[in-house]
Write a protein that binds this ligand. Sequence first.
Ligand code: ZN
Ligand code: ZN
Length: 713
Amino acid sequence: MHVISTHAYSNHMGFVPDMILHNSLLNMYVKCGRLDDARKVFDRMPERDVCSWTVVISGYAKQGPADEAMMLFQDMQGENLEANQFTFASLLSACASSASLDRGMEIHEHILRQGFHSDIVLATALIDMYTKCASIDNARKLFDKIDQHDKVSCNAMIAGYSQNGLVGEAFKLFHKMPQRDVFSWTSMIAGFALNGFVDDALKLFDKMPQRTVVSWNAMIAGLAQNGQVDKALHLFEQMPKRDAYSWTAMIAGYAQNGFVWEAYKLFEEMPQRQMVSWNSMLSGFAQNGLVEEALKLFQEMPQRDLVSWNAMIAGYAQNGHGEETLELFKQMELAGVRPDSKTFVAVLPVCANLAALGQGMEIHDKIKKSGLQSDILVTNALIDMYSKCGSIEKARRLFDKMHQPDVVSWTAMIAGYAMHGCVKEALKLFEEMNHTRISPNHVTLVSVLSACSHAGLVDEGYQYFTSMSDNYHIIPTIEHYRCMVDLLGRAGKLDEAKNFIDEMPIKPDAAVWSCLLGACRIHNNIELGKWVAEHVLKLEPNNAASYVLLSNMYAAAGRWGDVEKLRKKMKDKDIKKTPGCSWIEVDKTVHTFLVGNRSHPQFQKIYSELQRLSLEIKLAGYVPDTRFVLNDVKEEEKEHILWNHSEKLAIAFGLLNTPPGTTIRVIKNLRVCGDCHSAIKFISKIVSREIILRDVNHYHHFKDGRCSCGDYW
Ligand code: ZN
Ligand code: ZN
């Protein structure tokens, strides 16, 4: 309050405060975390000196976006002002927090040019920057050049080594230090614990000449991170004096190891809760899938910061509450909290799952505005979002713009192509990847195999599969075996697929058998299908999908007696068929359609549109495929039931509510049925629209009467 009134007063009195007053105003705003207000003052200042620039730059360095700090530095140079040590230190910490090595090196050059060679504070900040950007060699070079190592630079180097997995080097340095302070000990203990050497950490902790509360906390957190909660609790109880961080370390430790209610007990006992304790309890609930409890805490919190919002958003997103995630994201913005890369990385997969392209693009705009478009985690999430929303070209454009795509970026792009049946592009990109220094991981190979499977490339698939361990040192997992069964099965080599399963070195799971079952359905092999279904049901007795597949096969062959038997079995065992459900995003709102749903406000319009479409496509040659109706009812009724399928409802709604020519994007929770597949092919031609349907297994890209899956799914 005080800050605001000073500002108001000076304006009201009609005199222009001088630079010193302005600078202290800037300082206060930044310290209160009100960067936006600071920026407003800064932008209006008639004259600015190094201090003014440095205050605002340090604000962005601490509170983000870090890119903004760098932009300001460029502007500052345009005004011919020379940065001082404090400016540089802030810029380095901005580079460290955003892991921007290129920029960090740029700042390093400026520092040398301005003659701050021997400044020990800057040297330490540089070491810190290099280690956080995973450039440990540069850090070491710099460290070796320092004439007289003080404790601070040694401690920074110890922490740097530990963060980069070089705990042996860290310990060597620790050992050599002539004088160690409590930070040296603590950062060595944390380093051991971080790298899994918790016993060494404990040994050091016992030897420590003087322990502060920080060293106790580091040890407790280290034990808990390594799964030794009992020992952590023992230390926690022994502590001479605990602060909020000790409680929080213990709460987080319990929650990380799945003892979420023990964590909550401690949280309730805690004498003075601080924001960090609320946040760690909140993410504890969220990570253990207790979303309602997390929400309750989130609402009860006296104050919320970015960490709290991120924890709640990630909790919703990871537990399948897509629409709630997007809603909370909106509320976060209304509350004036600026999202960071963690927020975006949590929200984008939700757009991907809901095929909510409109909202995904809106978020992309926000990412550009917040200067995070070069963050690799964010870019990877964007590539994944665009390709899952069926906009593979946009994904590719982002990928091509990346300076240094990592294995996740390559994999996301290859997977995107594979999903959409762009097999040539997928395999071409994989070959390109082989010419870089990035090695594929097991997820990349899953995408490559599934691309081969899409196109029926049996020989190529076999080759990739058998060369995996030699070429890339990847031992095939159950997922790769499943891809191979899928590849053989789709290509009609059912017996080969069966033998392949028999010879697997690992035990086949229900998913592997389900793949073969799907292939049996495509190739109408009822007898093998029956036998395979038994295997699935042995492993997963309540697997409704395999009952449905089997019953589809019987129905297609007109074996209604067998269909009836299956239905009775399902009823006796109380196995519920998942009702079909489809989603479509129109005007940034996701609409949900259940099979036969008549509760939608536009349902009359939707049904008359479907009637119109059914007449038109019949004229174009569509024949309703009533084999996909399980009930043994009259032909006309069967046809009527088919037109109730959720994907047809969603598509009709999309056609009615989007301008001509717009691509329609629909997601379905189950496998698309053969009749819908054939009807949508005709519809795409008659209305001249691209229709992208993502079902539980595949992407179907309908265009001009054809589907990208080549009628195999
Ligand atoms: Zn259908
Ligand atoms: Zn298809």
